[in-house]
Design a protein around this ligand. Structure first.
Ligand SMILES: Cc1cc2nc3c(=O)[nH]c(=O)nc-3n(C[C@H](O)[C@H](O)[C@H](O)COP(=O)(O)OP(=O)(O)OC[C@H]3O[C@@H](n4cnc5c(N)ncnc54)[C@H](O)[C@@H]3O)c2cc1C
Length: 369
């Protein structure tokens, strides 16, 4: 019997396109990590394979790809090169908002291969990226923003930014084209996901043009980033499990004369890792299914899926480090990179603490003070 979460036959070609690209992405992942370079070639290849427009709504010229298929693609890309998956997810998320709720020019720009980035998180706002604290003041043609956004993945190659700001009538979102008022501050010498180059971006009296305002009616509606983030962690966790398995089968422990993988504690933890990963994937598939069926429970399901996937990626990374021993701790081992990359998902909004708080409040019936 086919899984209710299976990708439909007519969407399989998009998944196949990502699978074809994945070996090349995996081959270059170490280099992008070591040199902290944005995987521009990978992002171009995803665009040329038609995967940028595929994820956009049909009424705006896209293929209206299901969330289920998109999740599978994020998993495949994230397993091969998580920095590529992260920058691409932010690009698609910003594009989704601007193409769906902004002027038609954004669909044309995306089709032409222009790059998008999310400039939402504020230095003083942290996880509360949907509630900007920085005010934009009224000006001719719109509002002016003098402020900064932090950790903007792929900002250095972006042509258009999705930017939020506080107006008199509340939070608002705008498309901002790159110009001289947009300045990058290179803060991203990070532990993991080094190829995302998620820098600080200063908007120095930047005009937020009224005609580029993005009329997002419900910022909590299903969206590519909230639904995609669990898949980034699942991809990393799968790559980690593969790497640790390879090591466990091939490395002979001097004290036993047998491979690492023959020890009972490794069997037990490998079984736990395998089952946790299946569970994380099922939660993420369920969230995608709910999104594709317009279910009002989609966002809570995405939060549950993100929380669990982030934790599973970290658990498996810790297990991999134990299996790898000193060899896994060396720069030459893929295990150390996966360990570093696995920490990022839990930090990205909503962080695991914020997810736990949201779920726990709901369970306890806690009302805002
Ligand atoms: C790899 C990476 C890529 C990113 N890419 C982008 C991007 O492209 N665009 C973008 O706009 N942003 C991006 N971000 C930012 C990210 O999504 C978060 O908004 C940002 O990391 C949060 O700020 P902070 O880490 O300083 O944490 P803070 O929000 O300052 O949190 C500090 C600690 O407090 C906890 N905490 C915070 N609030 C609460 C609460 N209410 N209840 C309980 N605990 C809480 C957090 O979990 C954390 O442990 C990226 C971040 C990372 C790590």
């Amino acid at each position: 019997m086919t899984s209710p979460f299976a990708v439909s036959g007519n969407e399989q070609r998009f998944v196949d396109a990502a699978r074809d690209l994945a070996p090349g992405f995996a081959a270059r992942a170490h280099e992008h990590d070591a040199e902290a370079t944005v995987p521009v070639g990978n992002l171009t290849a995803l665009h040329e394979a038609g995967l940028d427009m595929a994820a956009m709504p049909e009424e705006r010229g896209g293929s209206g790809l299901s969330y289920q298929a998109l999740g599978e693609i994020f998993r495949v890309v994230g397993k091969a090169c998580p920095s590529t998956a992260c920058v691409w997810m932010m690009h698609l998320g910003a594009a989704q908002a601007l193409v769906s709720y902004g002027p038609p020019v954004y669909a044309e720009a995306l089709r032409a291969g222009k790059r998008f980035a999310n400039a939402l998180s504020e230095p003083t706002g942290g996880n509360l990226f949907l509630m900007p604290l920085q005010r934009a003041e009224p000006a001719d043609g719109g509002h002016v923003l003098d402020g900064a956004k932090r950790f903007v993945s792929g900002c250095e190659i972006a042509d258009h930014f999705l930017v939020n700001a506080l107006l008199d009538d509340g939070p608002a979102f705008f498309g901002v084209s790159r110009d001289d008022s947009v300045e990058m501050v290179p803060i991203w010498d990070s532990m993991g996901l080094r190829g995302t180059r998620s820098q600080l971006v200063h908007f120095r009296k930047t005009l937020l043009r009224s005609d580029n305002r993005c009329r997002i009616t419900d910022p909590l509606a299903p969206n590519i980033i909230a639904l995609g983030l669990p898949w980034l962690s699942i991809g990393i966790a799968e790559a980690t499990l593969d790497a640790l398995t390879d090591h466990a089968r091939s490395r002979v422990v001097p004290s036993t004369g047998r491979p690492v993988g023959d020890m009972q504690w490794v069997h037990f933890d490998a079984a736990d890792a395998h089952v946790k990963l299946l569970a994380a994937r099922t939660l993420a598939e369920r969230a995608m299914w709910l999104a594709d069926h317009g279910d009002p429970g989609t966002l809570p399901a995405a939060v549950e899926a993100k929380l669990y996937a982030n934790q599973v990626a970290k658990d498996i990374a810790e297990f991999a480090l134990r299996v790898g021993g000193g060899s896994g701790y060396l720069r030459t081992s893929p295990i150390q990179r996966h360990f570093r990359d696995a920490q990022a998902g839990a930090l990205m909004a909503f962080s695991t603490e914020v997810c736990r708080d949201m779920i726990g409040r709901q369970l306890m019936g806690t009302v805002e003070a």
